[in-house]
Design a protein around this ligand. Structure first.
Ligand SMILES: *Cc1c(COP(=O)(O)O)cnc(C)c1O
Length: 378
C-alpha cells in the first residue's frame, strides 16, 4: 500500500465538502458572533429535528454533557448511578466527581452494552439513575432498561457519544433515534465521532420542557436571566464555529453512517469465516453505525498481531484495554463494583481490537488489511 492507512481519515472527509465548510466558517468570522451566534440555535433545531426530540442543548464536550445531565436531574452526593464496566471513562468520571457513587456492572457479551439482567440486581433504594452507553455505534437494550427503570422510578441518561444517528428498534417495529428514549441523551462532537466537529463540542437532548430549561441554565453558569444565578452551574457552550461545521456535516450524517456500515459489511465478508476471530454481532433491537469495528481475537496473541499489522502499515487500537472497575483512578473514590465479578468485560479487555473505520475507507485498503490479518493468523 503506498498511501498511509489511518484509523480515521478526517482530512479526506473534509476535502470532499471543503467549499461548504470553509464558507460556513468564514460566515461566522465575518459576523464575529463567536459565542451564541445564530448557527448554534440553528444547529440545535436541525439536530432536534433529525433525532425527533423536542430540545437539543449544545455544550462544550460530551463529558460536560454527562455532568450537566446529572446536575439537571437534581442528583445528590451519595446517590448511586449504574454504569457499564466496559466503556470510555467519561461516563463514570463525572459521577465520581459529583460525589455520587458509580455502581459498575458487567456488559452483554454480544453487544458489549449494559446487561439488563445484571441491572436489576444492582438496584438499591439509593439508585437514582442508569447511564447506558450505546457503545461502538449500537444501542443498549433500551426496552428492557426502560421497563426496569420505570419499575424502580430511576432516571435514564443515554450516552450517545458513539451512536449519533443509530436507530433503536422496538419489538413492535417502532423506530426511535438513540438518545431520544431516556430522560436525557448526551453526545460528543469530538472530531472522530460519527458526527464530529473541528475541535471539542457536545450536546444534550430531551423531550421534557422543564428539564431543557435546567440544562440551558446549568450549562450557562446557572443563569436564566443574565447575571441572576439561581443555582451553581458550569461554563459549557458549543461555540459558533463548531456549530457552523456541524450544520454542514449533519446533512451528510446518514451518508457517513451508511459508508461505515458498508465498510463493516466488507470486513464481515472478509473475516467472518476465520474461526480465530469473532466479528461484531448485530443486535435485533438496534441498527449499528460502526463508530468502531471491534473484533475479538479468540485464538492467538493479540500483542503480536497488533505489532505485525503495524509493521505492515496498518494501525489498530484496543478499545478498551482496562475495565473501569480496575482503573487506578477509582481507588480513591467510592465505587461500588457490584459482585466484584466482571467475567465479560475482563475477557473483552483481553481479546478486543479495532480496525480502521471511517467514511473514506476503500475496498482495496480493506482487502489489504484483512489479507494481512489472515496471513498472520493462518
Ligand atoms: C467520546 C466519549 C465521551 C466523551 O466525549 P468528549 O467530547 O471527549 O468529552 C463520553 N462517552 C463516550 C462513550 C465516548 O465515546
Amino acid at each position: 500500500m503506498d498511501s498511509l492507512i489511518q484509523m480515521c481519515d478526517l482530512k479526506g472527509q473534509y476535502l470532499k465538502i471543503k467549499k461548504e465548510i470553509d464558507l460556513s466558517i468564514q460566515e461566522v468570522i465575518d459576523s464575529s458572533a463567536f459565542i451564541k451566534g445564530k448557527e448554534v440555535s440553528l444547529f440545535q433545531d436541525e439536530l432536534a429535528k433529525y433525532l425527533g426530540v423536542k430540545h437539543v442543548v449544545g455544550c462544550a464536550n460530551g463529558t460536560d454533557a454527562l455532568q450537566i445531565a446529572l446536575m439537571a436531574l437534581g442528583l445528590k452526593p451519595g446517590d448511586e448511578v449504574i454504569t457499564p464496566d466496559f466503556t470510555f471513562i467519561a461516563t463514570v468520571e463525572v459521577v465520581a466527581l459529583l460525589g455520587m457513587v458509580p455502581v459498575i456492572i458487567d456488559v452483554d457479551p454480544d453487544t458489549f452494552t449494559i446487561d439488563p439482567q445484571k441491572l436489576e440486581k444492582a438496584i438499591t433504594p439509593r439508585t437514582k439513575a442508569i447511564i447506558p452507553v450505546h457503545l461502538f455505534g449500537q444501542c443498549a437494550n433500551m426496552e428492557e432498561i426502560v421497563s426496569i427503570a420505570k419499575k424502580h422510578n430511576i432516571y435514564i441518561i443515554e450516552d450517545v457519544a458513539q451512536a449519533t444517528g443509530t436507530n433503536y428498534i422496538y419489538k413492535n417495529g417502532t423506530i426511535a433515534k438513540a438518545g431520544s428514549i431516556g430522560d436525557i441523551g448526551t453526545t460528543s462532537f469530538f472530531p472522530s465521532k460519527n458526527l464530529g466537529c473541528f475541535g471539542d463540542g457536545g450536546a444534550l437532548f430531551t423531550n421534557n420542557d422543564a428539564l431543557a430549561e435546567e440544562l440551558r441554565s446549568i450549562s450557562n453558569h446557572g443563569m436564566k436571566i443574565r447575571y441572576y444565578h439561581d443555582i451553581i452551574g458550569v461554563n459549557s457552550r458549543l461555540d459558533t464555529i463548531q456549530a457552523a461545521v456541524l450544520r454542514v456535516k449533519l446533512k451528510y450524517l446518514n451518508e457517513y453512517n451508511s459508508n461505515r456500515v458498508m465498510a463493516a459489511d466488507k470486513y464481515d465478508n472478509l473475516l467472518g469465516n476465520c474461526n480465530k476471530l469473532i466479528t461484531p454481532k448485530r443486535a435485533s433491537w438496534s441498527s449499528h453505525i460502526f463508530h468502531q469495528y471491534t473484533l475479538q481475537l479468540v485464538d492467538g496473541n493479540r500483542a503480536e498481531l497488533i505489532k505485525y499489522l503495524s509493521e505492515k502499515g496498518i494501525p489498530s487500537m484496543i478499545y478498551y484495554p482496562v475495565p473501569l472497575h480496575a482503573q487506578k483512578a477509582f481507588e480513591l473514590y467510592q465505587v461500588k463494583a457490584f459482585n466484584k465479578n466482571f467475567p465479560v468485560s475482563d475477557k473483552l479487555c483481553e481479546s478486543v481490537f479495532s480496525l480502521p473505520m471511517h467514511t473514506e475507507l476503500t475496498k482495496d485498503v480493506q482487502k489489504y488489511i484483512c489479507d494481512t490479518i489472515l496471513n498472520f493468523l493462518h
